[in-house]
Ligand binder design. Structure first.
Ligand code: FDA
Length: 530
């Protein structure tokens, strides 16, 4: 055999090593690779040929906007049952050049945990639904919770052990712990205890090499980055160790709504002057919404105390709202989650465990976010009111979460989530629609972008800040396959992370220099600087 022929098999082996997939069906080789690591693994792999593929994919699609025949689909869905399955998935995906999109609860606003903007991308969904064990330790006020658990499952597990413990995270039960804490995670306790990522004390992560790391072995830089620096970027979070917080056995809630004729605009304006200065036992959130033609200003609140205490506090701090006893209701903190989610008052606590409930039904949605540092003038609110009246907008508006309290005490660089002192409230601009088709969607998207444009003079500037968990690809993105470009990413990265963006890039460069974990808005490594 001459030298050329002898080197041919070596060249083929090199080609396979470098370019991985040689078959027209890359998943076959991926599956062989998985089987090589664990012979029983194929029962948790769902290819497109599997009859359960579509229902499994759709079961955690939380924005029907990304559940159409045109939405790019994964090559397969992989549902690990143990941590070694995740390690195998990473090793085989790397070897066969299949991108991983990890999904916990599936609430990503742009559908990036199960889809992509790039129709030609070969990717798999690593769905963590089977990894949702939760262990609550009352004496140490901590809990280990796997990333595939939902907020509802976490709150239920805590409530089963204690009525006076809670965790300061979001208010919708089916949101997944994996994505939520990776992007921050705020809820009704943010003014008293900060956000979810502020209250993480350890974590278990599988990195790009397939190693299982905890806080001690990953080091403080990576531990810092995973607490708010965005999902699908630094590794796969398998579990979080959470520091639980104390709440009274009974809390009080209220919802008060007003139309424009009933001083809705004036109340909104007044609300801005008081909300961030209230005692941190009280949060009063607000929304301005149009629901089938009626425009309403609504205020809903959680008070860590009794009705009597709340009435006295509101009379002293925000008398204009005219809060009355009959507006208020007392319950346990865990049940307050069901209240905020719109469940009937007598719903059983077990409703928190229902993973099938949908926030929007069949309605598609798009959200954008902002931060307000100076009160918006009345004329500004009048303009928003007019925008909400625009023809064609079926449902939409602004959802406002008040800051201050503990949020102002935590330094901006404490974790990647930087939106702290100086913010009166966070804004979510949102549009919902039920019609199918690109034309209808464009109408609503244009309306929402118009509202966002209208907000420009009233919100934060340089950067115009945004909340990473309200992912918005309008503010910038990587390439369709997630290929990052440091310089371009700096623009949207500064909106989400402000001065923490560069540290996130440094961590990414150290832990995943080849950018294996990526999506359209993941932090790129420094090597992407063009
Ligand atoms: P999903 O599984 O889609 O993941 C989101 C991102 O994180 C994706 O990029 C994904 O790849 C990545 N990821 C997921 N699991 C991971 C893991 N284990 N390791 C690494 N990366 C992982 N926010 C808030 O702060 N307060 C609130 O009250 C609410 N309420 C709310 C209600 C509804 C109806 C929606 C649709 C969304 C919210 N959110 C929210 C926003 C929510 O926090 C945000 O969408 C989270 O990223 C969702 O996390 P999931 O795991 O559900 O999503």
């Amino acid at each position: 055999m001459d030298t050329a022929h002898r080197s041919f098999p070596i060249l083929v082996a090199l080609f396979v090593l470098l370019f991985g997939v040689t078959s027209s069906q890359p998943y076959e080789e991926f599956l062989q690779c998985l089987e090589f690591h664990d012979s029983n693994i194929t029962s948790i792999v769902y290819t497109r040929a599997n009859s359960s593929f579509s229902s499994l994919l759709e079961s955690s699609i939380r924005n029907p906007r990304f559940d159409t025949s045109a939405t790019p689909k994964p090559l397969l869905i992989f549902t690990p049952r143990q941590i070694s399955h995740i390690q195998s998935a990473i090793r085989c995906s790397r070897a066969h050049r299949i991108q991983i999109r990890v999904r916990s609860g599936g609430h990503d606003y742009e559908g990036l945990s199960y889809s992509t903007i790039s129709p030609s991308l070969t990717f798999l969904v690593l769905d963590l639904r089977n990894l949702r064990a939760i262990q609550v330790d009352v004496p140490s006020k901590t809990a280990w919770a796997q990333a595939g658990a939902t907020l509802g499952e976490l709150y239920y597990a805590i409530a089963a052990e204690s009525r006076t413990l809670a965790f300061p995270a979001g208010m919708w039960p089916t949101v997944g712990l994996g994505g939520h804490i990776s992007g921050g995670g705020y809820g009704s306790l943010l003014r008293k205890h900060g956000i979810a990522a502020d209250n993480v004390v350890d974590a278990q992560v599988v990195d790009v090499e397939g190693r299982i790391l905890d806080r001690a072995s990953m080091g403080e830089d990576l531990f810092w980055a995973i607490r708010g620096g965005g999902g699908n970027t630094f590794g796969i979070v398998v579990a979080w160790k959470l520091s639980l917080v104390s709440v009274p056995p009974t809390v009080t809630l209220f919802t008060v709504s007003r139309t424009a004729q009933h001083k809705g605009i004036e109340l909104f304006h007044r609300w801005q002057h008081v909300v961030d200065k209230l005692p941190d036992d009280l949060i009063v959130m607000a929304s301005l919404s149009r629901d089938n033609g009626t425009i309403l200003a609504s205020f809903n609140s959680l008070y860590l105390g009794s009705i009597e205490g709340l009435i006295l506090m509101m009379e002293a701090k925000f008398p204009d709202l005219g809060l009355r006893r009959e507006n208020c209701v007392e319950m346990s903190w865990a049940k307050s989650i069901l209240y905020f989610a719109g469940f009937p008052l007598n719903s059983p606590l077990e409703s928190l465990l229902d993973r099938t409930i949908s926030a929007t039904g069949s309605a598609k949605f798009k959200g954008k976010s902002d931060y307000v540092k100076e009160p918006i003038p009345i004329s500004g609110f009048e303009g928003i009111w007019e925008k909400l009246k625009e023809v064609g907008v079926q449902t939409g508006g602004l959802i406002l979460a008040s800051y201050g309290g503990k949020m102002s005490e935590i330094p901006e660089s404490s974790i990647p989530f930087p939106h702290r002192a100086g913010n009166i409230y966070q804004v979510e601009e949102v549009a919902f629609w039920v019609e199918d088709g690109v034309e209808a969607a464009d109408g609503y998207l244009n309306w929402l972008r118009g509202l966002y444009e209208y907000m420009t003079p009233y919100v934060s500037k340089n950067p115009r800040e945004a909340y990473a968990n309200y992912r918005d690809l309008d503010i910038g993105r990587n390439g369709g396959g997630g290929e990052g470009d440091y310089r371009r990413a700096r623009s949207w990265g500064s909106s989400y992370y402000k001065n923490n963006f560069d540290r996130l890039v440094r961590v990414k460069t150290a832990v995943d220099p080849a950018n294996f974990f990526r999506n359209e808005q993941s932090i790129p490594p420094l090597s992407s600087w063009r």
